[in-house]
Ligand binder design. Sequence first.
Ligand SMILES: [Fe+2]
Length: 479
Amino acid sequence: MQVNEYALGFTSLNEEVDAQSLPITGELPAWLSGSLLRTAPTRYEVGERTYTHWFDGLAMLHAFSFEAGAVSYSNRFLHSRNFCEAEAKGRISRSEFMTDPCRTLFGRVMSVFFPKPTENGNVNVTVLGDQIVALTETPMPIRFDTRTLSSLGRLKYDRAVKGQISTAHPHHDGISGYSYVIHMKRRSVYRFFVDEGGHQRVLAELPVKEPSYLHSFGMSENYLILAEFPLRVHPLRLALSGKPFITNYRWHPELGTVFTVVNKKTGKVEARAKAPACFCFHHVNAFEVDGAVHVDLLAYPDPGIIDRLKLDPLRAGNSGDAVAALHRFSIPLGRGEQVSEITGQQLCPTSLELPRFDYGRRAGKPYRVLWGVGQGEGSGWWDTILRLDLTTFPAPVQQWQEAGCYPGEPVFVPRPGGTAEDDGILLSVVLNSNTGTSFLLVLDAVSLSEVARAAVPHHIPFGFHGNHFSNPTNPSQLQ
Ligand SMILES: [Fe+2]
């Protein structure tokens, strides 16, 4: 058990703030404009009940807007149907990752025939098609006004893009967007789709008997890479068990980790590979060199991380151990349907999470630098920001750390006119347990030295992902 000075990060925030100017220590880069838009689980109690898991909390949007060396902060609950129904009824009305609403037997039967999927977009804010949306792991992105943070309803996919489960980590290559849905049925499929100018088209369908729990996927210049970890579910169990979503999945390490490489243009399966079992939330990047596609991801030995992120143990100070080892899986191309047996190569002895790199210029291509959060010796939670340089092996690590401070995802913002993939700054929302408030930290992306910080008047509960948008009202692609 740890001394839990970071429990505040798992405590609800109910206060909404509108365009509050933040006091700055240091100096923001004069070139920094646009907004950092993030989402996070932020309310954990509804009526008499508390959600079970960190991933379950009702989403709040957070915006840091930069102009002429100043920064203002706004936050607002995402008005998903999960949130609106909870407000109106005073109880949890929709299923989340590990929490189900209270149901009568009749209600349970009805929910099988008329499921009410979650649209609680508490995982990521990103571009889908030509719009900025808040996403969770269902195909129900919520649009919102990037200035007022008012919710604008669901973004509806083309009818052919049918499925109950999706990812909060779509890809974008500067031309098209890519994502998948998982259609659970008697003959289930993973369905990759491409978004061109706001219209979605099915690219490939991969049949699967027992779909895996997936959080993200890989994209190289020419391929999409599906990595199936052996945490799998029988669709019937998911439909009929009456138990919360993730508790229906079972760990089958004997099945290994199965990679399928799909051509981005034709939808054809170009390669398959099998590696020993691992579990992963986050792909980092993928690229093609020397007749292989190299897939970098953060691998846990098993899915124990899911239970470690339940709210009660986290609040009690049990160590989250929410860091994983960076592995590279190299899948040979040109062998058609033949399954290659491969193993991953660990690139760095230091574990990390919430990986970021220069996505706008390096997505799908060889890259050198990534950043993430780490958990230092003796800490129960993320307390460092890490920078890894992949040009030498094992990758050397630099870090930022401050006593009593717990940083979130470091979002890279490139300096306009710069060409190096680390020429820019990192933006991270940090909980300061000494003051009981949060601040926005601005670091130099090369040295990890502090450039500036902006104090938020209250705490911001720990969240997952967001992005910086140079022009949030007209997003063409991610930076
Ligand atoms: Fe994620």
